[in-house]
Ligand binder design. Structure first.
Ligand code: PMT
Length: 403
């Protein structure tokens, strides 16, 4: 931890007193520690204690009312190698999960490019509440590492889960983070170009209606995040989605239709080392796009559909020997049989299979259950997992295939 710059965020709970011990441990291990407190937390531990132990001024407000000096949350975030929030109260957790930033600690969290680790602390019923569970899951999916609260005697006198992890335990997690960060050179996709398709496509019937599907884009975005974590440069082309992602190594291209996705693919596939096609592309589009809203009449309406380009098949036809092409198969029946056909017909190296018959798999949700088959006939079945975990399984399988 020698020379590591740790920003310590303290929110307002009784466990704030333990932070004094945490600072001592971190300082002994050679870290440079700066504290940011929420206004409420200074009721639980004095800023003087923290500034004395950390040997740095403590920041609470955006500016110093006496001097007009400005505590710059952006500078804080740029300074830090790691942001640790301990204790994390239900209130600060809830604000983090929605991106609220009405105090310096929260604004710093939103400005952080590096990792944030949190140690929740609250009473047992608050910790067990579905809102708390949901908010913890949300910040986890944003990349925050959560050190679970422990069981034991609580400040309320009750006994149960909700106690902040002990300072020694938190320090251990921090050490683990830095030691794994030092292994960053083992990022398996460093300098690789990864091309990913995600989300649905919308094929216009008229200015009001379209043919689409239930894809949210989550699976593709998680694959993109994992590829970026592995050091890749990523080109992510996505159909309509509410998701967003930004990263210095990411080119994000938004499209609406299959034809637009095909055009982006034609421009970018040749630059890619790996292509992962997770988009749910509409196979057909209305032959004629009507420019005015179709009026209701007493007659049935027949819309003639024409075939869309098969983007993945095009990439397979234009694949260089050193390129790795990964397709998806989403089926309701005969998953393996149909996937084998897709693997062969589209000239794929690997195919990721998911079935709408499996509970929790496929569209929209936060989980998926996949199997991966490669062109050497190797089949791997995975359990139902969160989409970030599924993304990691997919990339590990691709990396192992290419080694
Ligand atoms: O986005 P989420 O809500 O997280 O949901 C994820 C997902 C269910 C969409 C994803 O896991 C998935 O299964 N994506 C593929 C969906 C699909 O269209 O499967 P398919 O079996 O119809 O297509 C086979 C392959 O060909 C896919 O790689 C698809 O991207 C590609 N394709 C299909 C048609 C077409 N015209 N062009 C294509 O590139």
């Amino acid at each position: 931890m020698l020379g590591k710059r740790i920003l310590l965020g303290i929110s307002g709970g009784i466990a704030a007193y333990k932070v004094a011990y945490l600072i001592r441990i971190l300082k002994k291990k050679g870290a440079d520690v700066k504290c940011i407190m929420t206004p409420a937390s200074s009721d639980f531990i004095s800023p003087l204690v923290l500034s004395t132990l950390s040997n740095n001024p403590v920041q609470i407000e955006f500016w110093d009312r006496k001097t007009g000096g400005w505590n710059n949350h952006v500078e804080n975030a740029l300074w830090a190698d790691l942001f640790v929030i301990a204790p994390l109260t239900a209130n600060t957790l809830s604000a983090m999960s929605v991106g609220a930033c009405d105090n310096l600690l929260l604004a710093t969290y939103l400005s952080m490019k590096g990792k944030t680790i949190v140690a929740p602390a609250m009473d047992l019923d608050m910790y067990a509440h579905p809102t708390t569970k949901r908010n913890l899951a949300l910040i986890k999916s944003d990349g925050v590492l959560v050190i679970p609260a422990e069981s034991g005697e609580l400040a309320s006198g009750l006994d149960g889960e909700g106690r902040m992890a002990e300072p020694e335990g938190i320090a251990k997690e921090i050490e683990l983070f830095f030691s794994s960060e030092e292994n960053i050179h083992i990022q398996k996709l460093k300098n690789k170009q990864v091309f990913i398709t995600a989300g649905p496509t919308y094929e216009a019937i008229d200015p009001v209606r379209f043919i689409g599907n239930h894809s949210s884009g989550k699976m593709g975005f998680e694959i993109a995040k994992e590829a970026l974590n592995q050091g890749a440069n990523v080109c992510l082309v996505t159909g309509p989605t509410i998701l967003s992602l930004s990263h210095p190594n990411l080119q994000l291209i938004s499209v609406k239709t299959a034809k637009e996705m095909q055009e982006v693919t034609e421009l970018n596939w040749k630059h890619a080392d790996i292509g992962i096609f997770s988009a749910a592309v509409a196979d057909y589009r209305p032959k004629n796009e009507v420019t005015e809203k179709i009026k209701k009449s007493d007659e049935n309406l027949v819309i003639e559909l024409v075939k869309n380009p098969d983007i993945l098949a095009w990439a397979g036809q234009n694949k260089l020997p050193e390129q790795i092409l990964v397709g998806f198969a989403l089926e309701t029946n005969n998953l393996l049989e149909n996937s084998v056909k897709k693997l062969e017909n589209k000239n794929l190296n690997l195919i990721v299979m998911n079935s709408l018959q499996d509970k929790g798999a496929g569209f929209s949700g936060d989980t998926n259950k996949i199997s991966i088959l490669d062109d050497r006939n190797k089949l791997i079945n995975f359990e139902l997992k969160s989409k970030p975990e599924v993304a990691s399984d997919i990339l590990v399988t691709i990396i192992n295939y290419s080694c």
